[in-house]
Design a protein around this ligand. Structure first.
Ligand SMILES: NC(=O)C1=CN([C@@H]2O[C@H](COP(=O)(O)OP(=O)(O)OC[C@H]3O[C@@H](n4cnc5c(N)ncnc54)[C@H](O)[C@@H]3O)[C@@H](O)[C@H]2O)C=CC1
Ligand SMILES: O=C(O)C(=O)Cc1ccc(O)cc1
Length: 308
């Protein structure tokens, strides 16, 4: 086993994120035994075919028995039901975490079920792709990416340090954040971009004159980047929208105001306003690239002409 090792790790949900964690655990020998549980028999069978764990069960309750670390990687809307099912079977001292894209709602759903003898620490790796399912995961997904932990007041320091070490072993950089703050930040940097992508691709699809011909034909342009995001998992993103409603609506209101400003500048031919905005945003892109936050995965919509 590797230097950071758990006797038994249980993964509930074995899609893109769960299976990437499983692959990394396997690669690094981080567990004596990995139990995998998921809702659908087909996905469980596929996880077994891929050899992602040591044992497989459709029962989340069975899966968590004796586990030292339980990682819940299901759509955020399913967190409460999973917590309710596993709670009575958790071993005293077990560390329970999740990877959900929203945090306040996951805490509200899971916390009431958590027995006092376990450590529940919510988390969110800021790493992913538009793909889903157990085949989509890969070793290295979390490398060099942030993972945000949103510990609840009174969280055991040793348990927190252990979860931090776990994500560092996954290759991530770890930050701690208040859950409400997390939800606001993620609303603008992740949730809105996806909503905008779903919207623009939907609009293009509604414009019947361009679909099935020009949209596909000329998609090697900016539109292509949007189609990647808009191909993301519908269940996952439905849940994100429903479970980070307030922060998303707040950011959408700001977005609409700023869009109206842009619309007005275009209508009135105010080139200086457009130029000023486009110059400011270009600087942001460059600072992200410089900070090493540009991603290496070939599928991330990067263009050959992007700044290095
Ligand atoms: N896809 C991404 O890029 C990222 C996703 N996340 C979060 O990670 C979580 C999982 O997302 P993905 O792995 O991408 O999704 P996925 O769709 O690839 O996998 C979801 C897994 O959850 C299982 N599942 C669904 N409902 C369930 C239930 N009620 N009980 C037990 N298992 C259930 C599915 O069978 C599947 O194994 C979500 O909460 C998402 O917000 C976090 C970071 C990035
Ligand atoms: O595919 C992309 O570009 C992403 O933004 C991946 C992603 C999706 C959801 C998250 O909560 C974190 C990362």
């Amino acid at each position: 086993m590797g230097s950071l090792a758990f006797e038994r790790i249980t993964l509930i949900g074995i899609g893109l994120i769960g299976s990437s964690i499983a692959r990394e655990i396997r690669e690094q020998g981080m567990a004596g035994h990995v139990t995998i549980s998921t809702r659908s028999p087909e996905t469980l069978k596929r996880a077994e075919e891929l050899g992602l764990g040591d044992s497989y069960t459709l029962s989340a309750a069975e899966a968590v028995k004796g586990a030292d670390l339980v990682i819940v990687s299901v759509p955020v809307g399913a967190s409460g039901a999973v917590a309710e099912e596993i709670a009575p079977h958790l071993k005293p001292g077990a560390l329970v975490t999740d990877v959900g894209s929203t945090k306040a709602s996951v805490i509200a759903q899971m916390m009431p079920h958590m027995p006092p003898h376990v450590h529940f620490i919510p988390g969110h790796p800021i790493a992913g792709t538009e793909k889903s399912g157990p085949d989509a995961g890969f070793v290295g997904l979390f490398k060099g990416r942030w993972c945000i932990l949103t510990p609840i007041e009174g969280t055991d320091r040793d348990a927190l340090a252990l979860l931090r070490a776990f994500w560092e072993a996954m290759g991530s950089m770890v930050d701690e954040m208040d859950p409400q703050h997390h939800d606001k930040v993620l609303a603008i940097v992740s949730h809105l971009p996806h909503i905008i992508a779903y919207n623009i691709v939907g609009t293009a699809d509604d414009l019947e004159t361009v679909t099935e011909s020009e949209v596909i034909k000329y998609s090697a342009s900016g539109f292509r980047d949007f189609t990647r995001l808009a191909a993301s998992d519908p269940t996952m993103w439905r849940d994100v929208c429903l479970h980070n409603k307030d922060a998303i609506l707040e950011m959408l209101a700001r977005f609409s105001e700023d869009l109206a400003y842009l619309q007005r500048a275009i209508r009135w031919g105010e080139g200086d306003k457009l130029f000023e905005l486009f110059t400011r945003t270009r600087a942001i892109r460059r600072s992200i690239v410089q900070a090493g936050q540009d991603v290496d995965a070939p599928d991330f919509g990067r263009h050959a002409l992007d700044p290095k």
